[in-house]
Design a protein around this ligand. Structure first.
Ligand code: ADP
Ligand code: MG
Ligand code: MG
Length: 248
């Protein structure tokens, strides 16, 4: 069992305060959705937890199973069992998807998977996500379409099996078929009882496929409302206007 605990987190970019006291706890077996209007600080939360140097933690803490996550290097965070979709966003010229994934697994597990076993794992992961086998030899992230990026993200989830996964806008730029495949991948991942998911999204449409246990509404850099899956339905019907007015 794992727990990610965000306590009274304040984050600034330069001298601008963006997160203004976020409290959120994600446990294994739970799926949490963070929803909110553009500019409400959703990605800032993800980047801050990822340890992106642009985002300064001005106060508060983030604990993974009681350990101070913010004091860890980015690699240590991954080894501790945290997966952040934007952790590996950059193009990696000359490194194939296959080699990239094998290195990522090696970094997380502390030893390289046997080639034959890795090849099997990779193939079944790619099959499950309807990814063309040739994709494994492409250069990582180079010229990936929106859909390929997201499938690659979910492939990493399946192979790395983190304790807690933070997915930011996994649904953006996906057509209906890709959305379904990606959602099924998230659902397979969260079916493992020892994993928790924090799904960050502006839109409600992915939540029709991936039903969250908890919904948190973000506005103005903090959580302004919390509820169950019914809250996503309310947002779909009513939008964010009520929250943006209140937080302005
Ligand atoms: P969301 O993901 O909810 O759309 P963001 O976290 O991306 O919101 O942005 C929240 C606010 O912080 C916005 O006003 C945005 O302009 C600002 N911000 C976020 N990241 C940066 C950055 N790297 N540099 C400058 N401003 C930023
Ligand atoms: Mg709370
Ligand atoms: Mg964002």
């Amino acid at each position: 069992m794992s727990t990610l605990e965000i306590r009274d987190l304040h984050v600034a970019v330069g001298d601008k305060e963006i997160l203004r006291g976020v409290d959120l706890t994600v446990r294994s077996g739970q799926t949490h959705a963070i929803m909110g209007p553009n500019g409400s600080g959703k990605s800032t939360l993800a980047y801050a937890i990822a340890g992106h140097p642009k985002y300064t933690i001005t106060s508060g803490e983030v604990l993974l199973d009681g350990e101070d996550l913010l004091g860890m290097t980015v690699d240590e965070r991954a080894r501790a069992g945290l997966f952040l979709a934007m952790q590996y966003p950059v193009e990696v010229p000359g490194v194939s998807v296959s080699n990239f994934l094998r290195s990522a697994i090696t970094a997380v597990r502390g030893e390289a998977p046997k080639l034959r076993e890795f090849a099997k794992e990779l193939k079944s992961g790619m099959d499950a996500l309807s990814i063309d086998p040739a994709f494994a030899q492409r250069n990582t992230n180079e010229g990936f379409s929106g859909g390929e990026k997201k499938r690659h993200e979910i492939l990493q989830l399946e192979l790395l099996k983190p304790k807690i996964a933070i997915l930011d806008e996994t649904d953006s730029g996906l057509d209906v078929d890709a959305l379904r495949v990606v959602s099924e991948g998230i659902n397979r991942f969260r079916a493992h009882e020892d994993t928790g998911v924090l799904l960050i999204t502006h839109y409600t449409r992915i939540l029709r496929y991936v039903t969250p246990d908890f919904v948190h509404v973000f506005a103005g850099g903090r959580v302004v409302e919390e509820g169950g899956p019914e809250l996503a339905e309310k947002l779909e019907a009513e939008g964010y206007e009520a929250y943006t007015k209140a937080s302005a």
